[in-house]
Structures are given as structure tokens and as C-alpha cells.
Design a protein around this ligand. Sequence first.
Ligand code: AMP
Length: 520
Amino acid sequence: MACACASPSTNASLRFGPKALGKKFLHGHLKSVVSYSVSQTFGGLSSPIRVDYHAYASDHIVRAFKNRDASTTVSLTNGSLKKRVTVLVIGGGGREHALCYALERSPSCDAVFCAPGNSGIAQSGDATCIPDLDITNSDAVISFCRNWGVGLVVVGPEAPLVAGLANDLVKAGIPTFGPSAEAAALEGSKDFMKKLCDKYNIPTAEYQTFTNPAKAKQYIKDHGAPIVVKADGLAAGKGVVVAMTLDEAFAAIDVMLVEGSFGSAGSRVIIEEFLDGEEASFFALVDGETALPLESAQDHKRVGDGDVGPNTGGMGAYSPAPIMTEELKQKVMEAIILPTVKGMAAEGCKFIGVLYAGLMIEKKSGLPKLIEYNVRFGDPECQVLMMRLESDLAQVLLAACRGGLGKISLTWSPELATVVVMASEGYPGAYKNGTVIKNLDEAEQVSPAVKIFHAGTTLDRDGHFVAAGGRVLGVTAKGTDIEEARAKAYDALDVVDWPEGFYRHDIGWRALKHRHMVAH
Ligand code: AMP
């Protein structure tokens, strides 16, 4: 077994991902447990750290850093010494793949696990996937962390957060990036979010909450259309109806309050003022007391070219987003993000994690108003942000867990990034799983600036990638400007051989339009 070597100047030599050992070797369909150890060389010097690898029967490899010197440190670019950390990412979509990719590149990150992960993440070498770890069982996750020396857990999706996974991990003494169940109510309950806005003067649409259908309809009649009806709880992205007529609004009330189609999530509705303007997203890392804004990113929610058709989880994104000027960023921090963080702390509900604010830059006032909060990254936005992040993500997220974001500043690539999502034909409606996807390696080789994130893939018996979800791939590229980033992403898409897949052809059109307006 060859040793993995690295130059001491990179300080990254302790990473023994599938990349270092050879994808093909690691990705075999192993049916028995194999253990072996490697004593590594480090810039020509023999390291005192012995690394044991275990391959287990589920055709996934777990790498363990056993017998390791607990004081193992890495020297960061600012000259400080940091303890290396093993990270567990919870989730298995494009967002989690992007987080794994950034963590794997972090100089202070020893190893990245992803549970459950997916076949594409495992194959890419960006993390070691643990498909059989039950992430709905906090005890199982805690026990995994203890067995494998996990020093940071990053929770991607909202469901485990709302279910209280972060509460249990923090109680067990495991640093966890992601809010408690109570703080996740910022996304889990629109009523909670709106009440916080009322109490702390955070600009948002005028609203009222109802459980009684007759009273709700009377409020709609009094205010007229257009008007917006929202289920209070999580409704898989389907709980918002922007009603252009009274009848549409009444129908939404019937679906939610009379027929109960969303179950308890729709047993309470928020009816709010329709805001006219341009939408923008804003992301900040939060450590309970303060917030650190991220670079801007903007997604395309509608399924079709020209932003038409039903809403999706996001069909593509780009970063930076020209709409989010420095001036606007400052306004959003002062009027929306910081009052939210302070308000949550004052309510005894400190927020730690990502705050993703959906905003409307209102046409009539020119001011940002809060439409909604998500307590995690959006999938496509996370992919473009992680492509551009140059800081050591593991250290940044650990600082957030420890209340230390005030001392952190982030470094970003000056390049632009864009992602085009490939989805299964039929999405966001019914679609077929199991269709074969070919040429992914070839597509990634179109340019070193291209990276394909896997949102929903698995492998068939012959080792081919097959679709396992609505949104399947995030074909991402960087470039010196939006045209170059788009061209590279679309060149890579041309190479992907997946007849049952589709994508939008106009991702980044707003950024392009803005660039042309500035140029002329
Ligand atoms: P939400 O899940 O709250 O982000 O809503 C989904 C989408 O509905 C948003 O991205 C907006 O396009 C639209 N929307 C939500 N609330 C409003 C509002 N008050 N005025 C206009 N559009 C809205």
C-alpha cells in the first residue's frame, strides 16, 4: 500500500480521502470487512500518526484515525496552530455535497463523514458516506461521533433540526452547527417568525393569523387581492399561495383549514400583504450573539426558462448576486438579521447556524422586507457559495459553535460561480427514479473550474449512476465573469448523457442583464 504524501507547505497531508487512495479501489463492492493501516509520510518525514482504514460490508469505506495523537495540529495561513477536527455532515443532497467539498478542502479538517450521504458524494472523494447511520436517532448519531472522534457536526436539512438533533448533540457535548428545535421555529412556524418581527420591529409584510376559515375569508374580503396565504408549518415548499384573485385565496383557505390537506402544518394559516418588488436571498452565519454575512447568492425557483412554471427547491443559482449591493447588505444586517439574532437571544432561544433570509426589495419603498427565514442553506446557493469560499470552513463553523464569529473574517474567490441543476423529467411533479446517467467524469473534465455536486444519485448493479430524486445534479462552474461561468457549466451539461434529465437554459439571466446594463 503506497503512502499518501503531501508537501508540508499545504499542511493538508493528513487527508486520506478516496482521492488519495484511488476512487476505483475504494469504490469496490466490498462484501467483507477489510482493515489495514498506513503510516504516512509527511513532506519526506515519517509521521507518528498511524491511520487505520476499515472497509465494511455495505460497500462503503469508513476511514478511521485511530491511535492518533490527540494534539495533532495544523498551522493555518495566519500562523496560528489549530487542532484538526473530524467532521460529520448530516444530510444527503446537493447542499451537503457542497459542504463536504468545502470541509474536505479545509486545512484543519482531518476527515469528513456524511450521513446518510449519497453514492455520488462517496464516489467524489469529498466525504466518507455512512448510509446506515439513522439520523433520526440522536443516540445513534452521538454514539457514532464518540466512536469516530467527531469534533464538529454540521446539520444540513431542516427536518432533523426541527426534530431536535442539535439539542441532543449539544447536550452530549458535541459542537454542532445548526439551531436547536426551538430556534428552528424561525423556519418551522411562520407565525413564530412573524411574532418575532412584530416584537423586534423587523420589516415584513402586514399579516394576521387564523384557524377559523370564515374569519380568514372575511379578512381576505376586507383586504382584497392580490394577497398571500401561507400554512404556518413546514409543507414541503407547497404551503404558500400567492393569490391573484379572491377565489384563489378562498380556495387556499379551503385546502388548508377546511380539507386539512397539509395536516397540522396547515391547521393555522397566515394571511399577508402581497409585496411587489424583486426577490433576493441573504445568508449569514450566526453564533448566538452575532452574525457574519456571507457573499450574496441568488437562486431560480421556477422550473421553466424565463422563471415560469411551478416553484421548485431551486433550479440553479449564481454568486455574487448584483441585486445585493454593499449598501443593501448593510441595511439587511442592521434592520433584519441583527435584530433577529438579538431578539432570539432575548427570548432565551439563541440561534446558532445559517440564517437564510428570503427578502423582497419592495418597489414602492426600495427597502428590504423579510418574506421568510430558512434555518439552513438553500441547495443551489450553498453550491455556488462553497465553490467560492476560500476560508477554512471547519474553523469558521467551530467558531460559530463557540460564540466566536466576531473574530472571524471570510475570504472569497473573486471569481463568479454558477450552478445549473439537472432534474428528472417531470419534476417538481411525478418523475421516474432509476434512469441511467453517463459521462459524469467526462463532464467534470471539461474544465478544472467545473464541479458536479450530487443531490440525488445512487448506483445500479452495474456501477452506473442512476437518478434517485427530483433534483439530481448540480453542475457548477467558476469564471472571471458570469458569461464564462455559465459557458463552462453549460459545456459540462452538454457532455452529461442523461436523456431523462432536463435543466434550465437561462440560469443567471438577471446577473447577465445587470452586467449588460452596467456595460452600456
Ligand atoms: P416563502 O415560502 O414564504 O418564501 O414563499 C414562497 C414564494 O412566495 C416566495 O419566494 C415569493 O415569491 C412568494 N411570496 C411569499 N410571500 C410573499 C408576499 N408577502 N408577497 C409576494 N410574494 C410572496
